[in-house]
Design a binder for this molecule. Structure first.
Ligand SMILES: C[C@H](O)[C@H](O)[C@H]1CNC2=NC(N)=NC(=O)C2=N1
Length: 105
């Protein structure tokens, strides 16, 4: 399998089993599975850096047409991915997580 971050975002991806998701998250530092979605929080030094990271996440997502929920405030950004059309976490969500770990660490 090619590296996760380089895989394409595809239409019609199926929801994965929890065990499979947890196994893949072992290679995605910072990401957690809460039973419904995967999420990661970043800590930053100030509001400006948090806003910049939130923007980076937003535009990566828009470019891929796969969109997270993002919350940010002073010194923190939280990103949550699930695939609405599949009703769960799909490979697309994990690919986005891998891309963000690359772009935002
Ligand atoms: C038409 C378009 O491809 C869909 O609405 C996409 C857009 N971005 C999306 N993002 C996420 N997180 N889940 C989706 O099911 C989804 N669907």
């Amino acid at each position: 399998m090619s590296e996760l971050a380089q895989q394409k975002i595809v239409d019609g991806a199926a929801a994965l089993e929890g065990a499979e998701i947890r196994k893949m998250l072992a290679d995605l530092p910072g990401w957690e599975f809460d039973g419904k979605a995967i999420r990661r929080e970043w800590k930053l030094k100030n509001f400006k850096q948090a806003a910049q990271l939130a923007n980076l996440v937003a535009w990566q997502a828009e470019a891929a047409n796969h969109h997270p929920d993002i919350t940010f405030g002073w010194g923190q950004v939280s990103v949550l991915f699930t695939t609405h059309s599949a009703g769960g976490v799909t490979l697309n969500d994990l690919v986005m997580a891998a891309r963000l770990n690359r772009a935002a660490d």
